[in-house]
Ligand binder design. Structure first.
Ligand code: 5A1
Length: 490
């Protein structure tokens, strides 16, 4: 039985700096970081401070790395660690997988079955704080991410170091095999969907749905898996409050991983750090807006600009700081990513995200700026161009998709927004468009799309009627609304 005796010297853990030291040791000194140990430690701190917070902390707590944490005893951690080891080694009969250099699909499926079959029969899967091995070992509950993570931690215990976590923006699976070129579903996704555990994710990638990022997920190594443990820390006490100590712990651990370069292929983790820095800026650290930019650059360079969330992290920041023109640009850039996909029922999460932007945030901005003076964004053709690009990307997302995206609920805020801009502003747009080949249009009409919307100020430009493409889509929506076949999503 592998032991954590060598780590006993870090216990009892009493404050954030001691947790950071333990992570530092695991990242630097251990042959490879022990996913089981680290998940149990942060999971126990999170659960003690968010679930049963009964007098585990002194009233006053300082807000530095000496922030007091509930005392985590070695014997508790050691008992849970041994429990996971004996569960995995007890239920995975290694005689069937003897002398394997690399994991097989059967092995991965068997490990997934052991985790899956040991979960509580029915519980609210979307509840917070179900992501760690502490939750699994003390309550037999895990969320979608937690199951995938547990499978990878279990494979580490069994010695299969080729099994790694693959992370999209709303799903997780594993990669394994000689060049890590095999993939396997190991957890469920969404509500009411049959799980596909054991199968490859190739069909998901082939369907061009956002859930599988066109084959550009974050392919983790052990260090990025440690980053996923930290990024998955959830400081929420309830809908409106966070446990400050847990947020501080997450922020310090993310900076530790950032400084070691372990966030350099993980845009969402950098986005998470940006959100934490916005609320609680660390002295002599980059401003949060720099972090949001960095996440975007990683998505563009490492993931062929297939990730949406880096732009919505940045757009959300600009929106919260009333930097509306920049928010429009971020959201238009997010839409440029989305139009590379076909919308399917598995993409609910990003649908809700885009719908909130289009039907809540942008209309709110329109209300706020309506009363403002001449310099307002309603006189700015570049703002108008960003908004058109945002809406057009959604239209293109819908084109070629099995499931419609837009419905009359979208058209009203859309038309309302566009009509807020003066006609002379609208007249200052230059629309360039290329006619795309018709392979994706069932009527074999040439599908002209907005290849670029540039705004000029100054001399009047006749608006090229190519952007009528947008109006054509609007007409379709209104027709469909009249004929009553509204979007099933509403
Ligand atoms: C701009 C936003 C709306 C703000 N928060 C966002 N998050 C919060 C954090 N988040 C994440 N942050 C770090 N890593 C991961 S891995 C992952 C996942 F693959 F979907 C999983 F594993 F299935 F849950 C999600 C996720 C998901 C996206 S996007």
């Amino acid at each position: 039985m592998e032991s954590i005796a060598s780590r006993e010297k870090f216990f009892p853990v009493q404050d954030i700096s001691e947790v950071v030291q333990l992570f530092e040791y695991e990242l630097e000194m251990n042959k490879e970081p022990d996913l089981t140990l680290l998940s149990i430690v942060v999971g126990s701190i999170e659960n003690l401070l968010t679930c049963n917070r009964s007098n585990v902390l002194p009233e006053q707590n300082d807000v530095t790395s000496c922030t007091k944490l509930p005392v985590i005893d070695f014997k508790i951690v050691n008992a849970l660690y041994k429990k996971f080891h004996s569960t995995i080694k007890g239920y995975v009969d290694m005689s069937q997988f003897a002398n394997l250099k690399f994991a097989t699909r059967e092995l991965v499926k068997r490990v997934s079955d052991v985790i899956w079959n040991s979960l509580t029969r029915s519980y609210y899967k979307d509840r917070a704080h179900l992501q760690s091995l502490y939750s699994y070992l003390t309550g037999n509950k895990l969320d979608c991410f937690g199951v995938a993570f547990a499978v990878v931690a279990a494979c580490q215990i069994l010695g299969f170091n080729d099994v790694h976590l693959a992370l999209s923006e709303d799903h997780a699976w594993v990669i394994f095999g000689e060049n890590s070129c095999e993939t396997a579903e190991v957890t469920w996704h969404g509500k009411g969907n049959e799980d596909k555990r054991g199968q490859s994710v190739e069909p998901g990638i082939a369907s061009k749905c956002w859930l599988y990022l066109n084959g550009y997920p974050v392919r983790c190594n052990r260090y990025t898996e440690v980053a996923s443990i930290v990024s998955a820390i959830n400081p929420s006490l309830n809908v409106n409050n966070d446990a400050m100590e847990v947020a501080l712990l997450q922020q310090q651990l993310l900076w530790l991983l950032y400084d070691k370069g372990h966030l350099s292929i993980y845009p969402m983790a950098i986005g998470n750090l940006g959100d934490l820095e916005e609320v609680n800026p660390s002295p002599d650290r980059a401003h949060c807006s720099v972090l949001f930019e960095e996440a975007i650059m990683i998505a563009r360079t490492c993931y062929k600009n297939m990730h949406v969330y880096p732009y919505t992290y940045q757009g959300g920041y600009f929106y919260r700081h009333s930097r509306y023109k920049e928010a429009f640009e971020s959201w238009a850039n997010a839409s440029d990513v989305l139009k590379q996909y076909n919308y399917t029922r598995d993409d609910e999460e990003i649908y809700k995200e885009v719908m909130e932007i289009a039907n809540e945030l942008i209309p709110h901005i329109m209300k706020v700026v309506s009363g403002h003076s001449a310099h307002s964004i309603l006189k700015d053709p570049e703002c108008f161009a960003h908004l058109l690009r945002f809406y057009d990307g959604i239209c293109q997302w819908e084109e070629g998709s099995q499931t419609p995206v837009l419905h009359i609920g979208w058209a009203k805020p859309l038309v309302n927004t566009i009509s807020k801009f003066d006609s002379q502003v609208r007249g200052q747009l230059i629309i360039t468009s290329e006619v795309e080949s018709a392979e994706d249009d069932e009527n074999c009409n040439n599908v002209s799309t907005l290849k670029g919307i540039v705004a000029t100020t100054g001399d009047e430009q006749k608006v090229r009627n190519d952007w009528l493409n947008l109006n054509t889509n609007l007409a379709k929506i209104e027709d469909s609304a009249e004929s009553g076949n509204l979007h099933p999503n509403i």
